[in-house]
Design a protein around this ligand. Structure first.
Ligand code: C2E
Ligand code: CA
Ligand code: CA
Length: 585
């Protein structure tokens, strides 16, 4: 309720042309405890007084010369703000219905009938003042609520940072100022491993991590910068009022530095890595273009490995478009018949016979030159297209192997090695898909070797291990590809049901370039011997490498020295030929 104190201090304005009436009212009000009472007998002054003192209540006579009470009310109405409740208490001797209705429609809130009676004057005065204050209080509350809603509409509730809408608005203003010579930069940041934190530690810890990142961003930036959360794990920073681009890089480095400290979450130390894209506003940029540029730069940063940053350059945009186009093309490559399989022989080093072939994917793009698998397999891996492509490769390769068997009933047909991506291995149905291909093509399982890169084994051990056992149970063989590039040690290797180690090319190159340094290759061969695994050396290009490998006890090899990857019919011609070459050598 409104306290007595407040009611007493309410400002009251009396407008009545009769001096005696004014005196009487003043006396009544003052003796009733009111302290702020103004008055005039000239109704033409009412408006000026009103504007000066902002009364909480007006006592207004209706019959006055020059300007009657109705006209005064008209004037006052122009001074009131929308929705304002200004009590006007009309003094009149005329109590006809018509007068009252007219007064009410002009803004009167209540009436005092002359002659005035003290108790009634004080009571009606008090009632109206109270109503006025209740209105004001309600208005304040509304305003606070409105402000709160406004804040919510433009801020992120978790971190309290600006949201996307506010960020865009600030960027728009900054770009407008940039036209006047000020430098503007925006940074887009994306947490690299946020999903795994969320998945492994839960959403509460995930939120905590986002809060920490928000705090660090605020610390690393200046008060005049805008830090925003623009997506689940995406943040943005607007740097305005820069003298020079180099100042933006200072902030970038401060952010990188600030993220180095691990975040304690559930008793663990979690490292945050952010990828950052930086774009400077050009005068002609729109908000969308500037944000897109930073996005393109961030995409580039991510592509270069995690925890990096990149500054936008126009060439990045065209490259990105090309890449997206290529991705789209790759999506349709199988159905358009653009994919092909080439086969590279794997030879027995001692005899020179072709004992196996590795199936490698090639893409005959209608417009572009894509020479090797290395030129598009990474894209297939990133986009997940490797799953359908790998499935197609497996089916093609098995069909080809079966065809060779039927054409060479006398035996001596090579085993078929097919590369398997970790993405395929992660599919729970992978082993049954392989089984289905074997059934369909009627290829005996012992003729199929699946090559799995060493890094795949390290990445996701438990489910991959299950899958490997399922595959082994089909009767096929398993090879570890690119061996030596990961961190597999003896103990680790023993856990996997594998048959073959393929020594990565880099070790074989080293043998030729490092003055015949065979230490690493030799270690791998020894390891394989201990574990009773076959070894295949990859990338053998020179005769000396072959001799060195034979000396080390490596059983098999693959490389340009023997044959390049080639179409099926060309390989077939080599089935006996390499052995002849060896014996005649
Ligand atoms: P990878 O499995 O290590 O395959 C061997 C790569 O070495 C092939 O490259 C082959 O052409 C190349 N190579 C063979 N001999 C030599 C040599 O003497 N010297 C040099 N410098 N290179 C040699 P390619 O065909 O470009 O394939 C690159 C990678 O792409 C493969 O490496 C494999 O990881 C992947 N890949 C190719 N086809 C497939 C596929 O069907 N599925 C999957 N998942 N990956 C594939
Ligand atoms: Ca391979
Ligand atoms: Ca390899």
């Amino acid at each position: 309720m409104i306290s007595d104190e407040i009611v007493k201090r309410a400002r009251i304005l009396i407008v009545d042309d009769e001096q005696a009436n004014v005196r009487l009212l003043e006396r009544l009000l003052l003796t009733g405890g009111h302290t702020e009472v103004w008055s005039t007998t000239d109704s033409r002054e009412a408006l000026t007084l009103f504007s000066e003192m902002h009364p909480d209540l007006v006592l207004l006579d209706l019959q006055m010369p020059h300007l009657d009470g109705f006209a005064v009310m008209e004037q006052l109405r122009t001074k009131m703000s929308a929705g304002e409740f200004l009590p006007i208490l009309v003094l009149t001797a005329d109590t006809t219905r018509e007068t009252k209705d007219r007064a009410l429609s002009c803004g009167a809130k209540d009436f005092l009938t002359k002659p005035l009676e003290r108790g009634e004057v004080l009571l009606r005065t008090r009632n109206l003042i109270e109503t006025r204050y209740l209105h004001l209080a309600l208005k304040d509350e509304n305003r606070a609520l409105e402000a709160k809603l406004m804040h919510q509409a433009f801020h992120d509730s978790l971190t309290g940072l600006a949201n996307r809408a506010l960020f865009r608005d600030r960027v728009a203003h900054a770009i407008a100022r940039a036209a006047r010579g000020e430098q503007v930069a925006i940074l887009l940041l994306d947490l690299d491993d946020f999903k795994s934190v969320n998945d492994s530690l839960g959403h509460i810890e995930g939120d905590r991590l986002l809060e920490v990142v928000a705090e660090r961003l605020l610390k690393a930036t200046r008060g005049c910068d805008t830090v925003a959360r623009v997506g689940g794990d995406e943040f943005a920073v607007l740097l305005a009022g820069l003298q020079h681009h180099s100042e933006a890089m200072i902030v970038v480095n401060r952010i990188v530095e600030s993220m180095r400290t691990p975040v304690p979450l559930r008793g663990r130390e979690v490292f945050v890595r952010v990828s950052m894209g930086v774009a400077y506003a050009r005068v002609e940029d729109t908000v969308n273009e500037l944000i897109r540029n930073a996005d393109v730069a961030m995409y580039r940063a991510k592509g270069e490995g995690r925890g990096r940053h990149a500054v936008f350059e126009p060439s990045m945009y065209t490259e990105l478009l090309e890449r997206l186009q290529l991705e789209d093309d790759l999506r349709h490559a199988i159905e358009r018949g653009e994919l092909h399989v080439v086969y590279q022989p794997i030879v027995d080093l001692a005899s020179g016979t072709v004992t196996g072939v590795e199936a490698l994917a090639r893409w005959h793009h209608p417009e572009r030159e894509i020479p090797t698998g290395a030129d598009f397999i990474p894209l297939a891996e990133e986009t997940g297209l490797i799953v359908p492509i790998g499935g197609w490769m497996l089916a093609q390769a098995c069909k080809q192997a079966r065809t060779w068997q039927l054409e060479h009933p006398e035996g001596l047909v090579p085993a078929m090695s097919v590369n398997v991506s970790v993405r395929q291995l992660q599919e729970p149905t992978f082993a049954s898909e392989v089984a289905a291909v074997l059934t369909e093509t009627q290829l005996p399982p012992e003729f199929l070797i699946l090559e799995i890169t060493e890094s795949a084994l390290i990445a996701d051990t438990t489910s991959v291990l299950d899958r490997l056992h399922e595959l082994k149970a089909l009767g096929i063989k398993l090879a570890i590809d690119d061996f030596g590039t990961g961190y597999c040690n003896l103990a680790y290797l023993q856990r996997f049901p594998i048959d073959i180690l393929k020594i990565d090319k880099s070790f074989i190159f080293d043998m030729a370039t490092n003055g015949g340094n065979t230490t690493l290759a030799s270690t791998i061969v020894d390891l394989a011997t201990q574990l009773d695994l076959r070894t295949v050396a990859e990338g053998v290009e020179h005769a000396e490498q072959r001799e060195q490998l034979i000396a080390l006890g490596c059983g098999y090899a693959q490389g340009y020295l023997f044959a390049k990857p080639m179409p099926a019919d060309a390989v077939q011609a080599l089935f006996g030929a390499l052995a002849v070459a060896k014996t005649s050598a």
